[in-house]
Design a protein around this ligand. Structure first.
Ligand code: TYD
Length: 138
């Protein structure tokens, strides 16, 4: 599956921690958009979509959240609870986000501006498109 964990450097001193994210070294795309999700109730599950072209890096800068990433062939549940790491998600991967802690802030770096046409929100449609996409990728 075209996902990976990215570790960011951390600068620790007596005043606290600082994590710099330099696009050129650590992010495998040009960052065109940043958004964050917070104040999500614990029983809420969101996402339920794939992107056709968009690439993203998800960073839980506060608290914790679980991410389901799924293709027609495999799925993984990943716990994000470390502001020093990011989850890269490539194109054509279904994702759901759940079990947000009360203090969770999920920061997302994205490779493109917001584009409704890039979303696939129907899982059956996603599955058909992903099977073709992954065949071509091989
Ligand atoms: P939505 O895509 O439903 O969130 P998720 O799939 O992560 O649960 O987005 C919620 C709302 O925010 C929806 O009205 C679209 C809007 N939105 C933007 O305007 N710009 C953005 O960059 C994003 C990600 C969402």
């Amino acid at each position: 599956m075209n996902i990976k964990m990215i570790e960011f450097p951390k600068h620790i001193d007596k005043y606290g921690n600082l994590v710099p994210i330099e696009e050129k070294d650590t992010i495998p795309f040009k960052i065109k958009r940043v958004y964050y999700i917070y104040d999500v109730e614990q029983n809420v599950r969101r996402g339920f979509h794939s992107h056709i072209e968009l690439e993203q890096v998800l960073i839980c800068v506060s608290g914790s959240v679980k991410i389901l990433v799924k293709t027609p062939y495999e799925e993984k549940n990943i716990l994000l609870n470390n502001p020093q790491e990011g989850l890269y998600i490539g194109p054509m991967i279904w994702r759901e986000m759940y079990e947000f802690s009360e203090d969770a802030v999920l920061l997302v770096l994205a490779s493109e501006h917001y584009k409704v046409e890039d979303y696939i929100r129907d899982y059956d449609k996603y599955e058909k498109m992903a099977i073709d996409y992954l065949k071509e990728e091989k």
